[in-house]
Design a protein around this ligand. Structure first.
Ligand code: ATP
Length: 241
């Protein structure tokens, strides 16, 4: 099987700090991959390089067989890479519906088709459990629901790769089970790359886990292998004897 995404020697420095340091990474189609690691390990910088939000200092990114290293974000979106929008990109004064309508519009074959637009928006809102909040201004949603709105906006792009950066942050425990089901549903039609600090969520969802530490990949494997990896326990889980 051909990988959906690979990075080769991917690096990004900020001044003297190597936030991402010569990372070789492979993601297979259909996977749910979790990226974990201590604060400052380089996880957000790594996925920002993949989405095109920031440019690498060196190295290459290949998506679906094509080198996308030099492509701007919108061109990557068009190829099927969606990165859950930062909360600041939820338009607080627009309704939940209109926030999702913006990305749906990018995917329409006929931009004037109101019916197609509505179907796309409702589908993304139903999948994320926000359908009963359609007309609320997004700014009035709880923080957790704003995170779900970001997921809906990402889903609306019908991505092949959906990158979720700490999506459960701010969700209540009762909402986390629904979120786990949502990601499983998303994974039927897309590959998922998930940065997540909530270890029970990671352990339940991930097919494989990549552990970052100090800008590098410290370990990679199944949830069981990662749980038992002594270096990971030492660096991250803090449970080494
Ligand atoms: N724009 C920037 N300018 C300068 N330094 C940065 C910038 N973005 C990130 N860094 C630094 O790069 C390192 C990696 O940061 P990054 O946000 O990628 O880590 P992270 O693993 O996502 O952390 P967290 O789990 O806290 O979100 C950190 O030391 C951070 O301070």
């Amino acid at each position: 099987m051909t990988p959906l995404l690979t990075t080769k020697g991917l690096s990004r420095s900020f001044g003297g700090l190597r936030a991402v340091d010569k990372v070789d990474f492979t993601l297979m189609p259909g996977e749910i991959r979790a990226v974990i690691g201590p604060n400052g390990a380089g996880k957000t910088t790594f996925v920002s390089l993949i989405s095109g939000r920031i440019q690498p200092s060196s190295g290459a990114i290949v998506f679906d067989g094509a080198d996308i290293t030099g492509l701007p974000t919108y061109a990557r979106v068009r190829r099927g890479i969606a990165y859950t929008f930062q909360i600041t990109s939820v338009f607080a004064n627009l309704s939940v519906y209109d926030n999702v309508a913006l990305p749906v519009q990018l995917t329409l074959s006929d931009r004037r088709s109101k019916a197609e637009l509505r179907a796309g928006v409702i589908s993304a809102l139903e999948r994320t459990g926000l359908a009963d909040r359609t007309h609320m201004p997004a700014g009035q949603l709880s923080y957790g629901h704003q995170r779900l709105l970001e997921v809906a906006m990402g889903l609306a792009l019908k991505p092949r790769l959906l990158i979720l950066d700490e999506p459960t942050q701010g969700l209540a425990d009762s909402e986390i089970d629904n979120f786990i089901e949502l990601v499983r549903d998303i994974a039927k039609s897309a590959t998922v790359l998930l940065i997540e600090h909530n270890m029970p969520v990671v352990m339940q969802l991930a097919d494989r886990i990549t552990v970052f530490n100090a800008g590098r990949i410290l370990a990679e494997g199944t949830p069981e292998a990662i749980r038992e990896n002594a270096a990971v326990q030492d660096a991250y889980l803090g449970t080494a004897p």
